[in-house]
Design a protein around this ligand. Structure first.
Ligand code: MNH
Length: 459
């Protein structure tokens, strides 16, 4: 087949595997291929990965008339866990359309108004556990507790008690292990002769998976028979039939969706919040502007909570978030496959082939963002500076029909949480800290510690 540009150092058997640690794979591929151009390949054993790194090719792949979502090996492996749930369903699986149509109303404005209170409550619980004596806190685990509680309570009215228990709820480590197993299986899928290894991994994970399944199945059957009505995602899936076809999701399909929402709905938002706090601590002038905005919208009382309608008025906080997701989009990529045979930058693609949009590279393309593309500057997202910029070159939530269904949810939650934190606290980090990113399915700052000090009220 055709060979695309790739970084030097390829070996005959393992391809470009050498030096690719799983927890930094995206960053290593970025660094190695800084000079490979807008499209390049990496080979791991026999599996070829095609990456797109420019805004222009990203925009081309986002053309829904020519391309659609593909499931790369990492997502295929996740199907052990989340089956044909929204995120891991193939485009033509009937449960995708059914679940999409049933759940879309759960992400409209009136539904979001119901979640607003849940989000505020999670922040209150966070504030209860934050030290106020100048000790530093590790940011990412706290943000993960917060987003986990929010999604569990909105998706199925379940309280994991993350902020009150000494140990995490057993569901959480079981989920982490199941996901990690999925990732390892995905990584091994192209390794010849790894069958036994994969079987051993599956077997070791079986207990965790069984625990997750039984807990959710119990919850689902309790809700079915108990007559309790909740306006959460679970309630919608249990009680509603498709308005046109009358179809319903089976209990197993509902379990897949709940697992999907728990996974898709918390790590990405948690990483975004943590990274935003890092940038704010690094850029005191940006922090001051964001705080001034929260003061203007919320007033002087540090306990003031935003009303639902006030959240979209926090425009600068939103731009901080947009810029955070530009530099480190916490879901670092998505895959696209052609609907019919075509070419991409001269590279021939047939249905079944796929290319990965490598978002952290696409989002730093100097042809789109200018020579200072690496710099943190929220004002890039001012309307007057966005005009004329290439469309479809900023895609932190994916694209088209299979784009993120939780986008509004995530943005509302993240702006609300950031605003509450900034309104109440000053942030300081260790000046010697170098941002390091850990990769799982998502990106997360590693060992990020900040001191949150209550702000001194203006005289
Ligand atoms: Mn989310 C799909 C990014 C928050 C639920 N999400 C996607 C995709 C990206 C993405 C990218 C497309 C993946 C692909 O094409 O293969 N999501 C994010 C980011 C955040 C986020 C960066 C936070 C920041 N996502 C959320 C939240 C929820 C959620 C919050 C749930 C409440 N996301 C989903 C679901 C899908 C998805 C469900 C799959 C949608 C579909 O294919 O129908």
């Amino acid at each position: 087949g055709q060979v695309l540009p790739h970084a030097p150092g390829r070996r005959r058997l393992v391809g470009d595997l050498a030096g690719l640690a799983p927890e930094t794979a995206v960053q290593t591929i970025m660094a190695r291929n800084a000079a490979s151009g807008p499209i390049f390949e990496q080979r791991i054993f026999r599996q070829k990965f095609v990456f797109v790194a420019s805004g222009e090719l990203c925009a081309e792949l986002c053309d829904e008339s020519r391309f659609e979502k593909a499931l790369p090996p990492a997502l295929v492996a996740l199907r052990d866990f989340a089956g044909d749930g929204l995120f891991t369903a193939y485009n033509d699986e009937p449960n995708w359309q059914l679940a999409h149509d049933l759940l879309l109303p759960a992400f409209t404005r009136p539904a979001m108004q119901r979640y607003h209170g849940v989000m505020l409550q999670a922040v209150r619980e966070l504030f209860e556990v934050l030290p106020t004596d100048g000790r530093s806190v590790e940011v990412a685990p706290l943000m993960t507790k917060l987003t986990m509680e929010t999604i569990a309570r909105t998706a199925f009215s379940h309280d994991f008690g993350s902020f009150t228990r000494p140990e995490p709820h057993p569901f959480v480590p079981a989920m982490v292990t199941a996901l990690e197993t999925g990732r390892r299986l995905g990584a091994l899928s192209s390794l010849p002769g790894s069958f036994l290894l994969r079987r051993r991994l599956r077997r070791r994970n079986a207990g965790h998976q069984a625990y997750l399944d039984s807990m959710l199945d119990e919850l689902i059957s309790e809700r079915r028979t108990g007559g309790r009505h909740e306006p959460d995602l679970l309630g919608i899936m249990l009680e509603q039939a498709h308005p046109e076809t009358g179809e319903r999701l089976s209990d197993r399909a509902i379990r897949y969706q709940i697992l999907t929402f728990l996974v898709a709905g918390h790590e990405t938002t948690s990483g975004a919040l943590s990274l935003a706090l890092h940038h704010l601590a690094r850029h005191p002038e940006v922090l001051a502007r964001a705080q001034a905005e929260t003061d203007a919208v919320l007033g002087p009382d540090p306990d003031a909570e935003p009303a639902f309608e006030q959240v979209p008025r926090l425009r600068f906080v939103r731009r901080v978030l947009d810029e955070t997701l530009r530099l480190w989009p916490t879901a670092p990529g998505f895959a696209r496959t052609p609907r019919e045979a075509t070419t991409l930058a001269g590279y021939r693609m047939r249905p079944g082939d796929w290319a990965l949009v490598l978002l952290p590279m696409v989002h730093r393309d100097p042809d789109v963002w200018g020579p200072d593309a690496e710099a943190f500057d929220p004002d890039r997202f001012l309307p007057e500076r966005s005009r004329g910029r290439l469309k479809h070159a900023y895609k932190p939530f994916g694209t088209g029909e299979r784009a993120c269904i939780g986008r509004q949810f995530a943005l509302h939650e993240a702006v609300l949480v950031l605003a509450r934190i900034l309104h109440r606290f000053d942030l300081t980090g260790d000046p010697a800290y170098q941002l390091r990113i850990t990769e799982r399915l998502t990106l997360m700052p590693r060992d990020l510690r900040l001191v949150l000090r209550p702000r001194v009220p203006a005289p």
